[in-house]
Design a protein around this ligand. Structure first.
Ligand code: NAD
Length: 256
């Protein structure tokens, strides 16, 4: 293509398998000439993500469970020791207990609420804090969000509340890190069949509904989300920070 990310290094967190949005993003980054670094969550994922990293020509595949502060510290130490500078960081991470995505929201437990917020929202703050010093020349941090942050989407429940916190954290980080040339934005993707999405009860009926009602009369493709991430990571996005970019076939504008 046009090598929009030539000479840039991007750390992509959140590849679990080929269907992960982070995988499509890493693939598009590589297509545009970026040097890509991947992370995996725990030993269970290591072999799979290393194999996907080899496929993508990733320069490094490193451990990073965002609930383990020392893993994030070790990741940054490794990058610093190798003199790796970062230009982009993609945070494509979320988790909630399955029961909190199936039972009524009012029944969300304290521990389920805290876990969803720790993994899905606080981790953007800890990842930004850890990686900002590696973006000395400025950079782009991108997170993934969903319409359920501001609208009631049946069964999205605690994850919607966590996404609201994530979006607010994104704005506060953009406000602070802008002074050092670091931009922070979110992509609000339409529903896409991934492992995380499958945890949401009756997810396929969401896909059907969106395909009928969205202005483009179809669902969102992972490659469309990935190309938006390329824009935000590239110099084309240099004037954009604190923004939520909807890549959802237009569904967010629909009322009745
Ligand atoms: P996915 O299951 O492929 O990705 C979720 C990732 O989060 C996985 O790689 C998983 O390992 C990682 N993760 C969970 N807990 C973690 C932890 N403690 N430490 C490190 N990593 C951890 O699903 P996805 O749909 O690609 O999700 C990526 C992001 O996109 C999420 O933030 C999700 O909410 C968001 N999103 C997805 C959709 C959709 O419909 N698929 C729509 C909008 C936004």
């Amino acid at each position: 293509m046009s090598n929009l990310l030539e000479g840039k290094t991007a750390l992509v967190l959140g590849v679990a398998n080929k269907w992960s949005l982070a995988y499509s993003i890493a693939d598009a980054f590589r297509r545009e000439g970026a040097r890509v670094l991947l992370t995996y969550q725990g030993e269970r994922q290591q072999a799979t993500v290393e194999a996907l990293g080899a496929e993508l020509g990733a320069a490094r595949v490193l451990a990073c469970d965002v609930t383990q502060d020392q893993e994030l510290e070790r990741l940054v130490e490794t990058l610093r020791a190798e003199d790796d500078r970062l230009d982009a960081v993609v945070h494509s991470i979320a988790f909630a207990n399955k029961e909190d995505l199936t039972r009524p929201f009012v029944e969300t437990s304290r521990s389920g609420f805290l876990l969803a917020h720790e993994v899905s929202a606080y981790s953007l703050v800890s990842v930004a804090r850890a990686t900002a010093p590696l973006m000395a020349g400025g950079g782009s941090i991108i997170t993934l969000t969903y319409l359920g942050a501001t609208r009631v989407i049946t069964n999205y429940n605690v994850m919607g509340v966590a996404k609201a916190a994530l979006e607010s954290a994104m704005r506060y980080l953009a406000g602070e890190l802008g002074a050092t040339g670091i931009r922070v934005n979110a992509i609000s993707a339409g529903p896409i069949k991934t492992a995380s999405a499958r945890a949401i009860k009756e997810f396929s009926s969401v896909l059907d509904f969106v395909a009928q009602r969205a202005p483009l009369r179809r669902n969102t493709e992972p490659a469309e989300v990935a190309d938006a991430a390329v824009f935000l990571a590239s110099d084309l996005g240099r004037g954009v920070t604190g923004n939520i970019l909807f890549v959802d076939a237009g569904f967010q504008i629909v009322g009745l």
